[in-house]
Every structure is written in C-alpha cells, then in structure tokens.
Design a protein around this ligand. Structure first.
Ligand code: SAM
Length: 284
C-alpha cells in the first residue's frame, strides 16, 4: 500500500494540484484546508486511532488529515461532498490504499446508511464548516450513534457552546445535547494562518470523550432530547411558555413544574440536566 506523498503544508502545491485538476475552493462548503504540520499532527494524536480503530472522517478535502489517520493503520471511512476532491482522493491519493473508503455526497445524508449497516465507528474526526459540524454532531447524538471519541475542528464559538456548563454565557440546548453522553474539552486553538485560505473566524478543536455513565439513562434519552428541544425552542420565552408547545393541559404543566421544583418563569438556560430529567419524569 502506498499513501500519496503530497505536501499538504505547501500552498503552492495545493494551488497547482487544484489548477491541474480544474478545481477551485468553494466558500459554500467551508473549504479551508489545514496546512500546519504541527496542528495536523496534534489533531491526529488527539484522535488516538490505531490499526484496530474504525474512524470516520467528515470533509476530508484533498486528504491533509486523512493521510495522517491512514498512517495510524486505522480503517478510515471519509465522507466528502465535493466531487472534484472525491476524484483526487479516489484516483490519486488513495487508489490502492485498502484501509481507505470514500462515501461521496452530503455527510448529513449519507452517514446513517453506514451506521445502520455497521454501527458506530470508534472515532470521528472532522474539520468542518461550523453549520455542518453542529448539525452533524446533533444528528449523531439524536440518533444515538455514539462513537467512543469525537474530535472536531470548528468555529471557536461553537466549541464554547459544546463545552459550556450551566451558568456559562455560552450554555444552550446544544451544550445539554452534547453533554449527555460526552465529556467535552477544548483541546486546541488554531490560528487562522494554519488554514488555506485563512478563515475570518477563530477556530478550535474540541475533544468529545464518551462518558462511562451517561448523564441521562439510555431509556430516557430520546424523550429527554425532545424535551430539551422544546424548552430551548425560543430562548427569550420562559420555561412554561415554551412547554405550551407540548399541547398538554395547563394544570398538568403547572403540576409537573412544581413537582420538579422549577419556577414557571425560569429560562431554559438556567436549568441543569437533572432538573430537565426531573421535569421529564414529572410530565410522564
Ligand atoms: N479535512 C480537510 C482539511 O482539514 O484540510 C478539509 C477541511 S475543509 C474545512 C471542509 C471539508 O468539508 C471540505 O472538503 C468540504 O468540501 C467538506 N464538506 C463541507 N460540507 C460537507 C458535507 N455536508 N458533507 C461532506 N463534506 C462536506
């Protein structure tokens, strides 16, 4: 097996490769390639894959991180939307690399089929535009696809939300969703000069490590996730006003709020996971 020996840290080599293949970078798909060997090495180390690991990479681009992941000996399934990049990956970079598999298309649509057939991977590694990244993470968790570790390069603001605890400014429904099954930490800040082209937002790497015991028992998880979505549907509204969307009689709502010790005028961002779980049980 021969992994492509391409210099991913050289902007001129990348530009030449794209030009030779009649390709360009598309803003629409948030295409900012990592060109720092140091950052690529650190992300790979954070992922911690080895020859026994099954890894999904979302948005491999032309393979800067993919090559590092393949070098660990892991089996890598890469999901890429850009057909031009897919051609490079398939025909040039990894044409005879047996531990590489490409799934062409929008990862938000294609991942489920792989999951249904094969189950969750050990790890997910991705450097994605923030909107795709957060929808992808939410989708995995909502569908109970729970890899042991996930390492994402995202806009720093999104990483702050993932790592926020109740009481923090960035705390949101997304913090709750990503915290049920995972312990999350910002592992790295990445300067914009480490990307080509440099993005105009700050980027960070978040490591999401699966908890041995989730904060919400698995039999309650789906109902808990739905209730969290309802509670955070409109940030400015009180808990009680958001809960009206459940269509339950007001007495039932008031009774459940009282039973779970939550003031009806509270805002969802003040609630802890335990309080939401208590409310869910009281609403049953
Ligand atoms: N991994 C490469 C790197 O770090 O240099 C490229 C990262 S670039 C920020 C994001 C990549 O995600 C691009 O290759 C882009 O085409 C791809 N992408 C964007 N949206 C996607 C989606 N919905 N499904 C799959 N790939 C997507």
């Amino acid at each position: 097996m021969a992994i492509w020996d391409f210099d991913y840290t050289s902007v001129s080599s990348i530009a030449r490769l794209l030009e030779e293949n009649g390709l360009g970078m598309t803003k629409k798909f948030g295409q900012n390639f990592l060109i720092s060997a140091n950052v690529l090495g650190r992300i790979t180390a954070l992922c911690g894959a080895n020859e026994r690991s099954v890894v999904w990479e979302v948005g491999p681009g032309i393979g800067a991180l993919t090559t590092r992941l393949l070098q660990t000996g892991a089996s890598v399934t890469a999901f890429e939307i850009d057909h031009g990049f897919c051609r490079i990956l398939r025909e040039k970079a990894y044409s005879d690399v047996p531990n590489f598999r490409l799934i062409e298309g929008d990862a938000l649509k294609t991942w489920k089929e792989v999951y249904e057939k094969e189950g969750a991977p050990d790890m997910v590694c991705a450097n994605l535009p923030y909107n795709v990244g957060s929808v992808f993470i939410a989708s995995l968790i909502e569908n109970r696809c729970l890899p042991k570790r996930m390492v994402y390069t995202l806009q720093s603001e999104v990483v702050d939300r993932i790592c926020a605890k109740q009481g923090d400014e960035s705390y949101s429904g997304f913090s709750i969703l990503t915290g049920i099954d995972y312990q999350n930490r910002e592992a790295l800040k990445i300067k914009s000069g480490c990307f080509f082209p440099p993005p105009n937002v700050d980027s960070s790497v978040v490591v999401m490590e699966k908890r041995e015991t989730p904060l919400v028992p698995s039999e309650d998880a789906s109902a808990f996730i739905n209730l969290t979505r309802v509670l955070f549907a409109q940030r400015r509204k009180t808990v009680r006003n958001n809960l009206k969307a459940l269509g339950l009689p007001s007495e039932k709502l008031d009774e459940a709020l009282e039973k779970s010790g939550i003031s009806p005028t509270e805002r969802a961002e003040k609630l802890t996971v335990d309080q939401i779980l208590g409310l869910q049980r009281a609403l049953r």
